[in-house]
Design a binder for this molecule. Structure first.
Ligand code: PHE
Ligand code: ZN
Length: 879
């Protein structure tokens, strides 16, 4: 067997250290895509240039393709002149050939594409998804981000079925062919990697607007949706215009084509995709009206629209050299979208949400078998590395650079980054160097964040010398994942000191003299900061605004925490102190094994203070009055006991509900009738009102079931409707059954609204849950093959219902592994994403460990196991 025809090794690992520049580059691509009902013919002309004098072969990526013909410089090649296997088309290139072109014709079947990568059909429309490696399912190509080419794309097809035909860049031609078919040509002048290619064809409705850039260019903005959804694009369009303006003002970045298009599709593996000039979105992040979308959905749309738009500069103009650099674009773009959302909304509430997401998804990942640095050093399947670590922790790393440099120097660094690397495919090292050079701040030690897995833990020791008025703060860093070669990280510590009344004590010396808050550099394994000239012992508010993604280990009793909860001028730390207080109390109740024990008075009083504080933003109040989630509490237990956590937390909610019943009722009415304060969006009031509702329902009093019923029946918005259903989801009561039935009846034609119906039931904690979930899997509206629908039931159950997912019989685990098996071949990317909950097995008792690992073993024995699922299950079991 010749080496060329050897089939590729199963589940091969790819290493960053093996990176080599491409042997050949592609200058231009001329693509013609003839869309058909049975199959689609793709013809490409590639203009190639040698990049390595020694290279003898050109190996193009291609998967799930039927090769029709290949020609080199106009001469059709015979079968003996090339090799094709399941992953490559390989040609011999004569040593002296430096510049040549290839004409390649392939046949593909988008109608049969269930993986939703490459070209596929969704609701009768053609669309593409090419990141990370989907383009190789369209044609043979050098499918790697450091190969950047100018694309010209001609789409040919039935103009009645597909009146709208889109690709990247600007429209340059539109014709009717002699056979009646329609042909359109798009040209994108910006060289780009294949992962940013997009094509859409279908019978879509369009909503149009425009944006004038600060240099006066008039940009056409178009959102394409399925017909009938035109009236649900307003919020997405407004968000887009705000994003365009914000990027000009905050980063000096202008849009660079004459048209910006967004297409909403209902079958999509991820949230959205930043293809150059033609973003493709999961319809969940485009379509919204107050009747059909919750306030949280509106926020999600604003941030995802911004995220994809911001990629135009951080991702597209400057892209990744290879996929190990993914956080170069993702961490940076998440940071930018978080900054944007903080500017558009309440900054403190935004920050709380960012950190909640980080702690809920990233901390467990970083503590478990799938831990990896934000720049992974190896992978089997790159799709498995679109993780909370690369995205969310990656954003925290950028935020720390921002904190260390300060706003002005950060901007200087970013300016240099854009200037130096525009049009290039670069590494995270080049990014950090540009920030360093632009700001003049040394980031040598800081770079360790890129290659260190695990969440650092900071142990705090404090000493106050009454005689000299000197306070010594000693911090020690450790990292359970770093092992023997632990090297201290450069950690920004934003902090302030408070006196016993909660008043800020300004620093008396050093760089922050006279200020209430400052940023200190923690660079050693153990480091002491000394603060002199203090009249009384201070209380230190550490890591304000969550200035580093670390866990803090600080001796604080309930009274200390209640103090910060009531007094800290840093709203994030105020909220966080409340969460820590509640966590401690719940953990203590669990230890006592007496879930009905009364909550400590200190806690109730702290709660009462927040309830009474009228100056707080209502959304902040709602966050401060919400107990940490069950999974959050679980992270603090040595062995997770899902049942005890649920029981104790529910009992705490019942006690808080009863204790403040009058206040909850007052708040409920106030927030329902009184208009929201002028500068706050209505959503803050709704959030607080619905927090009150859940506490009222928690009292167990029948009256409040009636209140939820009334809220549902009189609601004119989805936020209130869902809050009512959510408040009742755990009980078994005729009102609950009636409302869920009514909701289905009313919304059955709106897929996104029905997803919520599946999700609420998947997350219900009541005796019939397992049976309910199984029955819902057989519901006519359920399908495993639409990612949103699958996630709304299975994803919500496995990740959002700890009590029943971990039910003792193991039935929850079996449901999940059954779904993974069913999706392994049809949509491996989605199947692999479901494995993580089973990967947490080490956190549970022996019985559950056995059941969970048994399912992982079963998964590893599946026939035709995909690389995707293999990597996740294998690491989950053995790492
Ligand atoms: N690059 C997309 C984003 O974060 C995410 C994505 C990855 C979408 C892979 C599809 C496939 O904006
Ligand atoms: Zn992104």
């Amino acid at each position: 067997m010749s080496p060329l025809s050897k089939s590729p090794a199963a589940h091969a690992t790819i290493y960053l250290k093996d990176y080599k520049e491409p042997d050949f580059l592609i200058k231009t691509v001329d693509l013609t895509v003839e869309l058909g009902e049975a199959d689609t013919i793709v013809t490409s002309r590639l203009d190639l240039a040698r990049n390595n004098a020694a290279a003898k072969k050109l190996s193009l990526n291609g998967e799930h393709l039927e090769l029709v013909s290949v020609a080199m410089d106009g001469r059709t090649l015979e079968a003996a002149e090339y090799k094709v296997d399941g992953k490559h088309l390989t040609l011999n290139i004569p040593a002296k050939t430096n510049r040549f072109h290839l004409d390649i014709k392939t046949r593909i079947k988008p109608q049969e594409n269930t993986a939703l990568e490459g070209l596929y059909k969704s609701s009768g429309n053609f669309c593409t998804q090419c990141e990370a490696q989907g383009f190789r399912r369209i044609t043979y190509y050098l499918d790697r981000p450091d190969v950047m080419a100018v694309f010209t794309t001609t789409i040919i097809g039935d103009g009645t079925r597909y009146p709208v035909m889109l690709s990247n860049g600007n429209l340059t031609a539109e014709n009717t062919l002699s056979d009646g078919r329609k042909s359109v040509t798009w040209h994108d002048p910006h060289p780009k990697p294949a992962y940013l290619f997009a094509l859409v064809a279908g019978d879509l409705a369009m909503v149009e607007d425009s944006f004038i850039t600060r240099s006066g260019r008039d940009i056409k903005l178009r959102i394409f949706v399925e017909k009938g959804n035109e009236d649900k694009c307003g919020h997405a369009m407004t968000s887009l215009k705000k994003s365009m303006k914000w990027d000009e003002e905050k980063y000096g970045r202008e849009y660079d084509l004459d048209i910006f298009m967004i297409v909403a599709v209902s079958d999509f593996n991820m949230g959205a995709m930043e293809n150059k000039g033609l973003n493709v979105f999961n319809s969940k992040y485009v379509l919204a009206s107050p009747e059909t979308a919750t306030d949280a959905d509106f926020d999600g749309i604003e941030s995802v629209i911004a995220h994809e738009y911001f990629h135009n500069w951080t991702g597209n103009r400057i892209t990744c050299r290879d996929w190990f650099q993914l956080t170069l674009k993702e961490g940076l773009t998440v940071f930018r979208d978080q900054q944007f959302s903080a500017d558009m909304n309440s900054a403190a509430v935004q920050r709380i949400g960012d950190v909640q997401r980080l702690r809920a998804a990233q901390f467990p990942e970083d503590a478990g078998p799938l831990a990896h640095p934000i720049q992974p050093q190896s992978y089997v399947e790159i799709n498995n590395f679109y993780t909370a670590t690369v995205y969310e922790k990656g954003a925290e790393v950028i935020r720390m650079i921002h904190t260390l440099l300060g706003e002005e120097k950060f901007r200087k660094g970013m300016d240099l980054y854009f200037e130096r690397h525009d049009g290039q495919a670069v590494t995270t090292e080049e990014f950090v160097s540009a920030l360093e050079d632009g700001s003049g701040v040394d980031l040598t030690q800081f770079r360790r964040w890129y290659v260190t897995p695990g969440t650092p833990e900071i142990t705090v020791n404090e000493k106050f010398d009454e005689k000299t008025g000197t306070y010594k703060l000693t911090l020690q860093q450790s990292n359970a994942k770093a092992g023997a070669d632990f090297k201290p990280l450069h950690i920004p510590l934003r902090m302030g000191l408070l006196d016993e009344n909660g008043k800020a004590m300004a620093f008396t010396e050093g760089p922050f003299k006279g200020k209430n808050s400052g940023v200190f550099d923690l660079t050693k394994k153990r480091e002491t900061f000394t603060f002199a000239g203090l009249k009384s012992p201070p209380r230190a508010s550490l890591f304000r605004g969550f200035s580093a993604p670390v866990k803090i280990n600080q001796q604080m009793d309930d009274r200390d925490l209640a103090f910060f909860f009531a007094k800290d001028e840093d709203l994030f730390n105020r909220w966080d102190a409340g969460q820590r207080l509640a966590n401690n109390i719940i953990l203590k109740q669990i230890e006592k094994q007496d879930e009905t024990a009364a909550l400590p008075e200190a806690f109730m009083e702290a709660f009462a203070d927040i309830l009474a504080d009228k100056d707080l933003d209502r959304a902040f109040t709602a966050a401060a009055l919400t107990l940490p989630g069950e999974q959050d509490i679980a992270q603090k237990m040595p062995v997770v006991d899902v049942d005890a956590i649920h029981k104790v937390r529910e009992e705490a909610r019942r006690q808080i509900g009863l204790r403040f019943e009058e206040e909850w009722r007052r708040l409920y009415d106030e927030c329902s009738s009184a208009p929201a304060p002028a500068n706050q969006p209505e959503s803050s009031s709704r959030k607080l009102k619905n927090t009150a509702l859940t506490y009222l329902i928690a009292t167990g009093k029948e009256d409040y079931v009636g209140l939820a019923d009334r809220q549902y029946r009189t609601s004119d918005n989805m936020t209130d409707s869902v809050a009512a259903l959510s408040g009742l989801k755990d009980i078994t009561h005729p009102v609950r059954e009636a409302l869920f039935a009514d909701y289905y009846d009313k919304w059955q034609k709106d897929a996104l609204v029905i997803d919520k119906w599946f999700m609420l039931q998947a997350m219900a904690v009541r005796a019939s849950t397992i049976a309910d979930v199984k029955a819902l899997m057989d519901h006519p509206a359920f399908t495993l093959h639409n990612p949103n629908r699958m996630r709304s039931l299975i994803g919500a159950f496995a990740s959002g219902n700890p009590v029943y997912f971990h039910e003792r019989s193991g039935e929850g685990y079996r449901i999940l592994s059954g779904v993974i098996a069913a999706l392994n071949k049809t949509n491996p990317q989605i199947a692999a994403r479901l494995v993580a909950p089973l990967g947490q097995w080490r956190r549970y008792d022996a019985g559950r460990q056995g059941l969970m690992t048994a399912e992982l073993e079963k998964i590893l024995k599946l026939p035709d196991l995909s690389d995707h699922v293999y990597e996740m299950a294998n690491k989950s079991l053995h790492n």
